[in-house]
Design a protein around this ligand. Structure first.
Ligand SMILES: [Zn+2]
Length: 153
């Protein structure tokens, strides 16, 4: 495959294998978000009391007005594809084998986008603005990947 950057001059690059495995605490807000996914198959967001902005995934503070957000609201499992890409090259960090697609999905009721995989979709028919719906895994474990992918409605 041709390197698309081969004609770029003065490009500083660094190439090395990245095989990092790490754990982190999801924290109280993200944990609650993941527990709603796992236990109730609900996508929940937090709503800012000052500006009314609804965040998905849920966060503890509004990035616009820095208010604490304690109100939880249920978000639709359907939304609109805001943008997308299709991955053809394999990387060790991917949880799927290429080719696969992922995008930013604005779920109905949310003001922010959720990055997630797209599935059951013909890559030639993916379009910005298309309506998509969450498909949940059969075995849920409290992970953002409890949503298997989003498929066209
Ligand atoms: Zn706000």
């Amino acid at each position: 495959m041709r390197n698309p950057l081969e004609n770029v001059v003065n490009l500083i690059g660094d190439e090395r294998p990245r095989i990092w495995r790490f754990s982190y605490s999801a924290g109280p807000v993200r944990s609650k978000f993941l527990l709603y996914l796992r236990d109730q198959q609900k996508i929940m967001g937090t709503k800012c009391p000052a500006c009314g902005r609804v965040y998905v995934p849920a966060r503890s503070n509004c990035i616009k007005c820095f208010e604490d957000m304690n109100e939880w609201v249920e978000i639709s499992d359907e939304g609109t594809l805001e943008t997308f890409t299709i991955v053809y090259e394999s990387q060790s960090i991917y949880h799927a084998n290429p080719p696969f697609a992922f995008g930013i999905i604005k779920l109905d009721g949310a003001d922010t986008g959720l990055v997630h995989r797209l599935g059951e979709v013909d890559f030639k028919k993916i379009q910005i603005g298309m309506r998509i719906k969450a498909v949940f895994e059969e075995r849920l474990k409290g992970d953002i990947r409890d949503i298997k992918y989003f498929k066209p409605v």
